[in-house]
Design a binder for this molecule. Sequence first.
Ligand SMILES: O=c1ccn([C@@H]2O[C@H](COP(=O)(O)OP(=O)(O)O[C@H]3O[C@H](CO)[C@@H](O)[C@H](O)[C@H]3O)[C@@H](O)[C@H]2O)c(=O)[nH]1
Ligand SMILES: [Mn+2]
Length: 751
Amino acid sequence: MADSSFSLPPLCERISYKSYYLRAVYLTILGLFFTLLLHRFQNVRENDNVWLVASLCESCFSLVCLLLTCLKWTPAETKPYPDRLDARVHDLPSVDIFVPTEDHEREPPIMVINTVLSLLAVNYPANKLACYVSDDGCSPLTYFSLKEASKFAKIWVPFCKKYSVRVRAPFRYFLNRPAATESFKFSKDWEIMKREYEKLCRIVEDATGDSRLYAEDDFEAFSNTEPNDHSTIVKVVWENEGGGGDEKEVPHFVYISREKRPNNVHHHKCGAMNFLARVSGLMTNAPYILNVDCDMYANEADVVRLAMCVFLEKSLNPNHCAFVQFPQHFYDSNTDQLTVLQSYLVRGIAGIQGPMYVGTGCFHTRRAMYNLSPDDLEDDGSLSSVATRELLCEDKLARGFGNSKEMMKSVADALQRKPNPQNNLTNSIEAAQEVGHCHYEHQTSWGKTIGWLYDSVAEDLNTSIGIHSRGWTSSYISPDTPAFLGSTPPGGPEAMLQQRRWATGWIEVLFNKQSPLLGMFRRKLRFRQRLAYLCVSVCLRSIPELLYCLLPSYCLLHNSTLFPKGLYLGITITLVGMHCIYTLWEFMSLGYSVRSWYVSQSLWRIIATSSWLFSIVDIILKLLGISKTVFFTTKKTLPETKCGPSIRKDDGSNSGKFEFDGSLYFLPGTFIVLVNLAALAVFSMRLQQSGCSHGRGGSGLAEACGCILVVTLFLPFLKGLFTKGKYGIPLSTLCKAAFLAVLFVVFSFGN
Ligand SMILES: O=c1ccn([C@@H]2O[C@H](COP(=O)(O)OP(=O)(O)O[C@H]3O[C@H](CO)[C@@H](O)[C@H](O)[C@H]3O)[C@@H](O)[C@H]2O)c(=O)[nH]1
Ligand SMILES: [Mn+2]
């Protein structure tokens, strides 16, 4: 374990990015906001309802701005030094890797095996790793593909380690040919490896439509099963028997699929993660857990070592760090806005109590997942005597973790950090099957206080609050080359659905036991960290955003004033200008273009007024008991080639292009654009008639500019009005939106 010598240089450092210049900008923007609001409220009586609605919307925006300022105040991250690890730590700790997958159609097996191969090949002793794949689809094809992948791993892992390959997901690695300067031996090995990988792809491809391949005895467990109706399946795909951790070895590799029955709640990914925690606890019981979604591969071979630097650095008080989160980056879609968000907002939160857990690319400590709190530990990380007495009694263990004797023992060992005796994995299969029973969690604390927490489709955020509320901290590592790269849908229906699910989950968190609103009862959640969780849930601001997109047009049509006049109009313009310059600076400082900034501003408005709006409807229906919230798995890019998920080459030309379909997601955007266009048309007619816009302090140029700004932000919809095919708005959506727009215009004129 870690060397106790403090004379050696540290394994990692906390780097602070405080900037007084930025703070001055934040405060100026806030100052302008509040000056404007003061003016609004002082004059609320002399003005009409529009003024009141605008004041309320702006209050909401200034609250968000205040929250963001609080969160961005002390940005920080952790910088690890993996080169120092070997000198400081003689016996690296074990890590269990969890990869959940759900549906072999929405998540092609070739993608899943690439994820798994990249993880099996990481730069870490193979006898200290175990990879567990949970398959919620109970798919023989997935199991078959993993078995084939494990054969390939036996040549792939040694190849990667021998030549220090950086990107160890084959589909990505084989995109580039070796440089001419490489040795003959390497080029030859490369060719062999490529051929073998193509063979693997072919086998998986051929198996897709050929169920005869599953005729072997090994597949018997899959016969007569349905994805939602089958018993638990646990298969040890590959066992690293008594390995010494040399470069030729492949880590343990296990396939599991928990029991499912119709009408039984299974809690989607969250339930799968808890089953993974139990099975891995029985088999390898590593003190650390890496959680990676099946659509995300390890892009940095040293990733486990990077995380270990944080956990093993004593001077940082590692007993208080529950998890190490890496940022989310994607290889197939333009997600500049997410990178910017992570660089400024997530780093800001990382400087408070630590980043939130985002569901993937995260290393957890098993003990924190088992509901331990830092108060239960002594300074050296061992269990305190009080905690030992309270937590390890058999009764308590059974009530918390379920009745399995093996499970209780494994938990007691994990809590006491007892090393795992290297026993045979196959010996644990029976116990593993028992803990996969669909009733196993009944009347236990799984999902309530232990493991990944239920009651929200955003199980990541929910679990994260639980951990921070017990007083743990977390660390954020953001290496220059992304440590993990995932797949995410491009702008269109699938992305809208994903955003809706996230937002629904975030709001759900506000209403459950974990709620960050319950301040008094969760003192260990630091104040600004609580604000961070509240800030995530402010997708509720979608209603004021929608209203604000409609206000300028309403004012033009109704001939009333939205913006103040004189000095305060100047303040409004300065505020909008400063906000634009600041957000543009955020993009440009990371090397992104003005176009990328504009696309992201537009995307946020579209998401806020559609996906987030629908998530509010979801929540209302849930609160009324009419429907339940559901985790719809995001459809992953299907392979275009046989050898891996397609990589949409996003050279920027596609960014901002938005795909439409007949779903309701595109109704609000279309409606907004139509209404604003109508208002502009009315305004220009009025201008022509009177030659002057102002009649008795009514609407004018400022409101027209507001409409133009809204239309600019919803440009993909404007273009969609004149385009056919997937980039065009379907006629049905257009008709509905036009009908609503006519009602709006009539209402505005009439009122
Ligand atoms: O019943 C289910 C549903 C999903 N999954 C797995 O969960 C992961 C995430 O699902 P995905 O459809 O890819 O969702 P994303 O929107 O990409 O997921 C993000 O958002 C989720 C919360 O909404 C987090 O759980 C994820 O980690 C985070 O990457 C995938 O590996 C799925 O296979 C299951 O194992 N069982
Ligand atoms: Mn995903």
